[in-house]
Design a protein around this ligand. Structure first.
Ligand SMILES: [Zn+2]
Length: 95
């Protein structure tokens, strides 16, 4: 789980989820101390990879008629995503 590098507070699952799904920005403020945090380049790669994978899997699921499996996979992905991201205090380049 991501943890603020300034005050070492664990960022809540819901907070990260909200940032990823609703705000769609790659920076955020610590909910505890208000300092700016950025997702690490590794986290960004995971996020981008998943964003690219979802449409591909959607097409595959559509062709193979596995829509239920696709839905389960997407929901599962959305639920575990906040556990995979880590944050840093400077905006790292993606590559
Ligand atoms: Zn903090």
């Amino acid at each position: 789980m991501a943890r603020c590098i300034h005050c070492k507070t664990n960022l809540s699952w819901f907070y990260i989820f909200k940032r990823l799904m609703i705000v769609k920005r790659l920076d955020m403020e610590c909910s505890h101390c208000g300092q700016k945090l950025y997702f690490t380049s590794r986290s960004k790669k995971i996020l981008m990879g998943m964003t690219v994978l979802i449409p591909v899997l959607f097409v595959l699921a559509f062709i193979l008629d596995y829509m239920a499996l696709f839905m389960v996979w997407v929901i599962g992905y959305l639920l575990v995503m906040p556990w995979f991201v880590t944050v840093t205090d400077n905006d790292e380049p993606l590559f």
